[in-house]
Design a protein around this ligand. Structure first.
Ligand code: ADP
Ligand code: MG
Length: 307
């Protein structure tokens, strides 16, 4: 399903995040990606969603090389990968129900299907009673369960959980791990990037350890900059230039105060026009979600009264 083939990622400032990394993840598998902070775990996720391209090697998703995916096909590709983050990345202004609905609204799903899907997801993560709460009202464990429900909303082929227990205590971490394992057993391929000893101890599965001596030496100070080094290979030079352009754009969007989520959405074609369009879509979706919440609330009141 996923194949990394001799993938190297070096950023414009010379940081080598991954060096000659190869691994495969089969359909339905549970795979751990381990290694200390800075060993390149998040970079694996960013490469997988094509936030940027590797400077060498190729990544395949369902046999399709990611280098062949055009920018207009990116949303479709990213929908196949559900991401779960250490800091949950829930939208504070939206309640639980709306947070889960958002990816479905952006996808223009039919409202009845959305209601049904969210009920199923909230049942799965055992938080049906929190549907109308806001992220600030949730405990860390609850917020992570909601973020897992959101990641599952569009029916991705794979869930990539990036340090999912990084902000949680041991007992809650164990619950989150159990939930992720349950989702894997129900058929979704699962990748957990982690350095949490609890997850590692409690999970007997394939493990990709990024703690290599090469991965440890970060800045290759003695190496010439990427662009000069690759001058004798025009193809590689172009890649390096593109990478630099992308990195600059990334820096710019950080300066502009965009959230990582917004940066991921707009991705490589991070120009103002696309960003504006996305913002508009988000506002519309938010209005739709608000209307739906009102409807749900009314329904709940009616149900409560009739009980
Ligand atoms: P992990 O998730 O295992 O903590 P990361 O994948 O976030 O590691 O980072 C791997 C290395 O790459 C780190 O040294 C980090 O500082 C560096 N890195 C990550 N993203 C960038 C970037 N956009 N520009 C420069 N360096 C980066
Ligand atoms: Mg990380």
């Amino acid at each position: 399903m996923i194949k990394f083939q001799n993938v190297t990622q070096r950023f414009a400032d010379g940081t080598v995040a991954l060096k000659d990394l190869s691994f495969t993840v089969e359909d339905g598998e549970l795979v751990l990606i381990t290694g200390p902070s800075g060993s390149g775990k998040t970079t694996v996720l960013n490469l997988l969603i094509k936030e940027y391209q590797p400077i060498a090697g190729e990544i395949f998703f369902d046999d399709l090389p990611l280098s062949k995916i055009k920018s207009n096909q990116l949303p479709l590709h990213r929908r196949k990968i559900g991401a779960v983050f250490q800091d949950y990345k829930l939208i504070e202004e939206l309640n639980v129900w709306e947070n889960i609905a958002l990816p479905l609204l952006i996808q223009k799903e039919n409202l009845l299907d959305i209601e049904e899907r969210i009920t199923d997801l909230l049942t799965l993560v055992e938080l049906t009673d929190k549907a109308l709460m806001f992220p600030k009202q949730l405990s860390g464990g609850e917020a992570q369960r909601i973020s897992i429900a959101r990641a599952l909303a569009t029916g991705p082929n794979v869930i990539f959980a990036d340090e999912p227990t990084g902000n949680l205590d041991d007992r809650t971490s164990k619950h989150i791990l159990d939930l992720l394992k349950k989702i894997n057993q129900l058929g979704t391929t699962l990748i957990i990037a982690t350095h949490d000893p609890i997850i590692i101890k409690e999970t007997q599965s394939k493990r990709i350890d990024l703690t290599q001596p090469e991965a440890k030496s970060k800045k290759e100070a003695d190496q010439p900059p990427v662009i000069q080094k690759k001058l004798n290979n025009s193809n590689e030079t172009k890649k390096a230039k593109d990478q630099k352009k992308q990195d600059n754009k990334e820096k710019q969007s950080i300066k502009e105060g965009k959230t990582p989520e917004e940066r991921t959405k707009t991705g490589k074609n991070n120009n103002q026009k696309i960003f504006q369009k996305f913002k508009k879509q988000l506002t519309q979706s938010k209005q739709q979600a608000n209307a739906l919440t009102q409807k749900l609330l009314k329904k709940k009141l009616k149900d409560d009264q009739s009980n």
